[in-house]
Design a protein around this ligand. Structure first.
Ligand SMILES: Cc1ncc(COP(=O)(O)O)c(C=O)c1O
Length: 405
């Protein structure tokens, strides 16, 4: 399915074919993404916005506003202006956390399953601002009764920040219920959707999300453009940035600065315009192919993998870390070093280079809490361009490696 659209898959690398099982890190880029880079530089090559009155700026701005509208529709946002284009999920979360009015938030609560990109800004900001930082076990967030008991013990307003889907073990948070619980007392919820959005269409209204961050590159969109959705604005908890000062402004004098409203307040630089233009095309493409078809394909691959895994008794050699219904496969070799094995797959196979994720998955708090800092783990993540034949190559390579060591 679609392999021909991905130039890297038809290219020989060191005279070998690439098998790419690291899509949960980032997806390979298809030919249309690559062409769109040229389109931006050929057709525009300029900046955009209302700081200038040039024809090209206006044309580009129109395309960007269309993309914002489409992006807003994609996650069912109530207003296009709630969509801010940033540079990473990490950047979105940092901008948001460091813009919080600390007089409104007494507690920041997170889980021990978080990607560092979500965990670190919360942890550091809480320390700087003397805000109470609480880290729940992720299983306590999965269980609503436990979550409610724990939340009841927290005094003062809080922001609950957690990942909708873990990029290591997967997870099945019932966001609608969690959100209802949080909003019972007008508390806030920040959702890291970077992994979730790869496999599910998000609905920010249904799930009543206050703040949502996701990365375009996790839905095979280009790198360097990310989306931050903000439901509330300054009248609630966003006040100013306490770390970096930014924003497109309306007015400035020696006494005060008046910033533009969302989304321009948080977008201030000469952006990666072609990435934004490209988003529009990607959303259409995604809608056309549909999550259903993508997930059906990945499900076939995951099932195929597990059949082969058990058929070959590989459970003797690996502990399984990912949860039962996971579309990501995370394994812990029992008696060999995963880096050595990855090297074997990258340098010592005759016809292929197999790329997957080893060692750190960027959610180090999980590794600390549940694996005692043992990073001997590997993650396989499949996407539309992967095939069952590629899984056969991997299984044969594992068997050969185990036999040889
Ligand atoms: C759950 C989760 N959160 C955050 C991130 C970080 O995203 P970015 O690299 O776009 O900042 C990732 C990336 O893999 C992720 O899977």
């Amino acid at each position: 399915m679609l392999q021909k659209d991905y130039p890297l898959l038809s290219k020989k690398i060191n005279n070998k074919n690439l098998i790419y099982f690291d899509s949960s890190c980032t997806y390979l880029k298809n030919i249309n993404t690559i062409n769109e880079v040229n389109r931006y530089y050929t057709d525009y090559s300029c900046c955009s916005g209302d700081r200038e009155s040039s024809y090209l700026w206006a044309l580009l701005q129109e395309e960007i506003d269309n993309t914002r509208a489409q992006c807003s529709k994609f996650i069912w946002a109530q207003k296009n202006d709630f969509i801010v284009f940033t540079s990473w999920t990490t950047d979105s979360i940092n901008r948001l956390i460091f813009s919080i009015d600390e007089s409104k938030i007494k507690n920041i609560i997170t889980s021990d399953l978080e990607h560092n990109s979500n965990y670190l800004p919360q942890f550091e900001y809480s320390k700087i601002k003397n805000i109470n930082f609480v880290c729940f076990k992720y299983k306590d967030i999965l269980n609503l009764d436990i979550l409610e008991t724990k939340l009841e013990k927290i005094t003062g307003w809080f922001l609950l920040c957690f990942t909708h889907c873990s990029n290591i073990i997967w997870s099945n948070f019932d966001l609608q219920w969690i959100s209802e619980l949080v909003h019972k007392y007008w508390w806030y919820i920040l959702v890291d959707d970077a992994q979730f959005i790869s496999h599910n269409r998000e609905n920010v209204v249904l799930n009543n999300i206050d703040f949502l961050a996701f990365s375009a590159h996790k839905i095979w969109w280009p790198t360097w453009i990310w989306v931050l959705y903000i439901k509330y604005w300054s009248e609630n908890i966003i006040k100013y940035s306490s770390k970096i000062w930014w924003g497109t402004i309306i007015n400035i004098n020696n006494e005060k600065v008046e910033y533009k409203k969302l989304p321009y307040f948080l977008e201030w630089w000469v952006q990666n315009f072609w990435w934004i233009l490209w988003l529009k095309w990607c959303i259409n493409y995604y809608n056309e192919i549909s999550y259903e078809k993508i997930n059906t394909h990945i499900n076939i691959l995951v099932k195929y993998f597990w059949n082969k895994f058990y058929e070959n008794n590989l459970d003797n050699y690996f502990e399984i870390l990912s949860l039962d219904n996971s579309l990501i496969i995370t394994l812990k070799p029992k008696n060999f070093n995963v880096i050595d094995f990855h090297w074997y797959c990258n340098y010592f196979l005759d016809e292929y280079i197999i790329s997957f994720r080893t060692w750190t998955m960027c959610a180090d708090n999980y590794v600390n809490n549940y694996l005692n800092w043992d990073k001997n783990i590997m993650r396989l993540s499949f996407w539309v361009y992967n095939t069952t034949e590629e899984i056969d190559v991997l299984i044969i390579s594992i068997l050969k490696y185990i036999r040889d060591i």
